[in-house]
Ligand binder design. Structure first.
Ligand code: IDP
Ligand code: MG
Length: 137
C-alpha cells in the first residue's frame, strides 16, 4: 500500500542540527523515497491552515509562534504504509512519554518542541500535501 505523507522537521530540529539525523532515519526505511524536500520559513496563514484543528486550544498560539520562529524542512515521503510508519518513527506527541529509539523519544523533552510533524491519516496527508506542495503531481 504505497502512500504519501507530509513531514515537517520543526524549527527546533533545524536549530539543533538534527536534519541529517532525522532525514537519515527516514531514508533508511526499506523502500521509502523522499519525493520532495525543502528548507522554508512558514508564514502564519499556512500554519493557521495546517493546525486548524487546534484553533482555540491553549497551546495553539505558542505553537504557531514556535513553528514560525525559524526555518523548517518540509518533506514528502512516499512508500509502503508511510503514514503509520512515520508516526511510529516519530513517537507520541509528548517526547517524555515517547520510547527511546523514536525521534521524539531520543531527542525531545518539551511537548511543543517535539522535532517533527507527520500526517496522521490519509485524509490529513491529502490536505497537507496540497497545502505544502501544491505543484506535486
Ligand atoms: P501530533 O504532532 O503528535 O499530531 P497534535 O496533538 O496534533 O500532535 O498537536 C500538534 C502539535 O502541537 C504537537 O506536535 C506539539 O508540537 C503541539 N502540542 C500538542 N499538545 C500540546 C500541549 O499540550 N502543549 C504544548 N504543545 C502541544
Ligand atoms: Mg496532529
Amino acid at each position: 500500500m504505497s502512500q504519501r505523507s507530509l513531514v515537517l522537521l520543526k524549527p527546533d530540529a533545524v536549530r539543533r542540527g538534527l536534519i541529517g539525523e532525522i532525514v537519515g532515519r527516514i531514508e533508511r526505511k526499506a523502500g521509502w523515497q523522499i519525493a520532495a524536500m525543502e528548507l522554508r520559513t512558514l508564514d502564519r496563514s499556512v500554519l493557521e491552515q495546517h493546525y486548524g484543528e487546534h484553533v482555540g486550544k491553549p497551546f495553539y498560539e505558542p505553537l504557531v509562534e514556535f513553528m514560525a520562529s525559524g526555518p523548517v524542512v518540509a518533506l514528502v515521503v512516499e512508500g509502503e504504509r508511510v503514514i503509520e510508519g512515520l508516526r511510529t518513527l516519530a513517537g507520541p506527541t509528548d517526547p517524555i512519554a515517547a520510547a527511546p529509539g523514536s525521534i521524539r523519544g531520543d531527542f525531545g523533552s518539551i511537548v511543543r518542541e517535539n522535532l517533527i510533524h507527520a500526517s496522521d491519516s490519509e485524509e490529513s496527508a491529502e490536505r497537507e500535501l496540497k497545502l505544502f506542495f501544491p505543484g506535486l503531481a
